[in-house]
Design a binder for this molecule. Structure first.
Ligand code: SF4
Ligand SMILES: [Zn+2]
Ligand SMILES: [Zn+2]
Length: 319
């Protein structure tokens, strides 16, 4: 089968759009979607100027998603002095996993000549995820600990780097799963929060003074296409899964979505676009509610709704 746009052989077929594309046109189509998303989410403020560039910190894990995002952001803004990219890698202390993906991050940051920072749980908190899994004082899944620690270091470092935006490589599959999980869990407040924290156009979000705004410009691109882009572009991505990966419910939703997508191509797109519209309405409805009971953690001073934040109480239980 030939590409729809030229005479080259197609390397991919997208059932949801009917497109057959060659390598060049496939790459172009992914890049176009990311750039369109950056525009629609108003990520570049009108008053951004080369004298006071916007600092965009990209969560660079070394997996295909963050590597592809970093590459496309770099290509998009390489000649734009209003935007400065910084890669930020979190080392969780997982043997045989993070060391390899860190290598991929270093290789990419070197090739693109962007600033790259590495932060480890060991240096920050004196713990390694391998030991946390072993101890497991709270009887929880590994990701439940890891997510709390990651959010903490990402937001603190984003602030220390004076970031205007924290970008992550969540793709269409990730976000459609999260959307469906929030709906199925009936968690309307969480849906409102999701919009204000990372989904809505920057100009429409409720201002969150304590947090650096987040953005997910890869969320219109299905996971398979992100993987194909990394392959076609020969990017140094690390593909092994974390040995502690344990989000069982997400795995179930993922399987459900695979089945739906197979029988009804376009399901992930429609879930996410409907969810985003709904989330915007819900965020408006909840606007002003949030933040009223926020305070500083007695231990570390970070913003929390309790006396001691979740990270500090987890760290205490790990001693
Ligand atoms: S899969 Fe879970 S434990 Fe592994 S790095 Fe990700 S959040 Fe941490
Ligand atoms: Zn083509
Ligand atoms: Zn704390």
């Amino acid at each position: 089968m030939d590409c729809n746009r030229c005479d080259e052989p197609a390397i991919m077929h997208a059932a949801y759009s009917g497109a057959h594309l060659c390598a060049d046109h496939f790459r172009e189509s992914v890049e176009k979607r990311v750039r369109r998303r950056i525009r629609r989410d108003d990520l570049v403020p009108r008053d951004a100027s080369p004298d006071d560039p916007q600092i965009w910190v990209v969560g660079l894990s070394g997996g295909k998603d963050s590597v592809v995002l970093t590459r496309i952001l770099h290509d998009t803004f390489a000649d734009d002095p209003r935007i400065e990219l910084v890669g930020l890698t979190v080392h969780e202390g997982i043997e045989g996993y993070r060391d390899e993906s860190l290598e991929a991050c270093v290789e990419l940051a070197d090739a693109l000549e962007i600033r790259h920072e590495v932060v480890s749980y060991e240096e920050e908190f004196g713990i390694r995820m391998d030991d946390v899994v072993e101890d497991d004082p709270e009887n929880m899944a590994a990701c439940a600990y890891c997510g709390v620690f990651r959010r903490d270091v990402l937001s603190r470092y984003a602030e220390a780097l004076e970031a205007d935006l924290l970008l992550t490589g969540h793709n269409l599959d990730d976000e459609a799963q999260t959307a469906l999980m929030n709906v199925l869990e009936g968690d309307v407040a969480q849906i409102a929060k999701h919009f204000d924290a990372s989904l809505g156009p920057l100009s429409e979000r409720e201002e969150q003074e304590e947090f650096v705004p987040r953005a997910k410009p890869l969320r219109d691109v299905p996971e398979k296409e992100v993987a194909l882009y990394a392959h076609v572009d020969d990017l140094p991505a690390h593909i092994t899964e974390c040995p502690h990966a344990s989000e069982a419910y997400r795995g179930e939703i993922q399987q459900l979505l695979y089945g739906l997508e197979e029988n009804h191509p376009g399901t992930r797109h429609s879930i996410l676009s409907g969810y985003e519209e709904l989330a915007g309405i819900v965020a408006d409805e909840y606007s002003g509610d949030d933040g009223a009971d926020l305070r500083e953690c007695d231990e570390c001073g970070s913003t929390t709704t309790r006396e001691i934040c979740r990270k500090c109480s987890l760290l205490e239980s790990l001693v």
